[in-house]
Design a protein around this ligand. Structure first.
Ligand SMILES: [Zn+2]
Length: 231
């Protein structure tokens, strides 16, 4: 009787273990693959079967940089500002945090109260020229460590932009990325050809030169002399 009980217990334990392994494998196989912008190593979307999963692991689809480097900035204003300062800072932060933006350089932009590496200045249009001779009352500009956003452009985008149907939010992404591009060490770029995506360093506010709107840096623009990052 004791022997039979022992055998039964052993058999039950083994059976339970087998069932658990089976259920665990089944659950794993059915687990959905969740990949988004925050997923650093995302298996290819075709990875539904075991062989595909294994091959995907060998060649991971890197969907974002490993953000190890922090670039600090502060937000300031100049002149009479009608824009809500909190909204301005929040939207600038969104642009910098977007995985399609300059974060692809492998950096994380962090707003600080003071002592930042550069300053994003929201400036009344009439005060923009006070930053330097390359600045005027119409456009935004960057001088030294000041990335200056013209309040009129922040509020109204530009005629070229609006006539082409661009949204105000996209204009704001574009102008922050463009001016920050200057701080990163970029000059202006030309359109690469009719119908191509505009480089972020093309002066899209003024003339698209046949390119289509693009509010994020192109792959070819992912370098920064200021930060010592090569393409
Ligand atoms: Zn520019």
């Amino acid at each position: 009787m004791q022997r039979t009980l022992k055998f039964t217990v052993q058999f039950s334990v083994v059976g339970l273990a087998v069932a658990l392994i089976f259920l665990t494998s089944f659950a794993h196989a059915q687990a959905p693959l969740v990949c988004d912008a925050s997923t650093l190593f995302c298996p290819a979307s075709k990875a539904h079967s075991l062989p595909d999963t294994l091959s995907a692991i060998k060649t991971p689809n890197v969907s974002g940089p490993v953000k190890t480097r922090v670039v600090t900035y502060q937000v300031a204003s100049k002149g009479t500002i009608t824009v809500d300062a909190g909204t301005f800072a929040a939207q600038v932060a969104q642009t910098y945090a977007d995985p399609r933006g300059w974060s692809r350089l492998g950096v994380t932009f962090k707003q600080v109260v003071s002592g930042g590496q550069f300053t994003v200045v929201l400036a009344q249009a009439d005060s923009v020229p006070t930053f330097g001779s390359i600045c005027d009352t119409v456009w935004s500009c960057t001088v030294g460590n000041n990335v200056i956003i013209n309040q009129d452009r922040w509020l109204y985008a530009s005629q070229t932009w609006n006539q082409a149907g661009g949204s105000l939010r996209d204009y704001r992404h574009m102008v922050v990325n463009h001016e920050t591009g200057h701080w990163l060490g970029h000059g202006h770029e030309q359109c690469g050809g009719a119908g191509q995506s505009a480089p972020i360093m093309l002066q899209q506010s003024i003339n698209l030169q046949g390119c289509t709107f693009n509010i994020w840096p192109l792959q070819s623009e992912l370098w920064s002399t200021t930060l010592g990052i090569r393409s």
